[in-house]
Write a protein that binds this ligand. Structure first.
Ligand code: SF4
Length: 191
């Protein structure tokens, strides 16, 4: 079995990647490092849900370092208008920390639960993971978990998990609120 460090953005997005990676013969340990999540009580709520699920299922969890001031310096100034650049920098900050931990703790492979969400920038995220993993001597395990997103949604609801409705940063909270308003308007207009 290959020990794999699985960067996790939240508990609901961990469900299917852990199951699928185990089916492939990996032995996943979850790694939490998400200094992008705002505000602080939202961050703590997502982490607490992940802790609960890991404890209940016996999935090992490493809580890595989180440098929120680095996120504010290196990601936030990119702002709302350049989403690809902003998310690339955000993925890089989180996955660099996960790769650092993986290398220090002797893992052979690394992956991320971000690959289950159709709302993430899949190719950008994989590109970042691939580069960072290689730089740390790790095997990047690039998988498209997106077809299992509906199943992750179903299972997380069934388990009564907390499910957030935006990615994490304040920009994504505003973007998601705008999207919901647009969809409401379209429904009202019968489009
Ligand atoms: S939308 Fe998500 S990935 Fe992109 S910068 Fe915000 S928190 Fe990071």
């Amino acid at each position: 079995m290959t020990r794999l460090l699985l960067h996790a953005c939240c508990a609901p997005c961990s469900l299917e990647p852990v199951r699928l990676l185990e089916e492939e013969g990996f032995e996943p340990t979850i790694c939490w490092t998400n200094p992008n999540i705002q505000p602080a009580d939202e961050h703590d709520r997502r982490l607490e849900e992940l802790r609960r699920w890991c404890a209940a299922t016996g999935t090992p969890l490493i809580e890595a370092e989180e440098d929120t001031s680095c996120w504010e310096r290196s990601v936030a100034p990119i702002g709302a208008r350049q989403r690809e650049r902003r998310c690339r920098a955000c993925y890089a900050l989180r996955l660099a920390e996960a790769c650092r931990v993986a290398e220090c703790e002797g893992f052979g492979a690394i992956a991320t639960t971000l690959a289950v969400s159709p709302y993430q920038l899949f190719d950008t995220c994989n590109d970042v993971l691939e580069r960072l993993a290689r730089a740390h001597g790790l095997t990047p395990v690039i998988r498209d978990f997106r077809p299992w997103y509906p199943e992750a949604t179903r299972r997380s609801r069934e388990l009564g998990m907390y499910r957030q409705n935006y990615c994490g940063c304040r920009f994504s909270a505003a973007e998601a609120a705008l999207d919901r308003a647009r969809l409401r308007d379209e429904r009202k207009a019968g489009r």
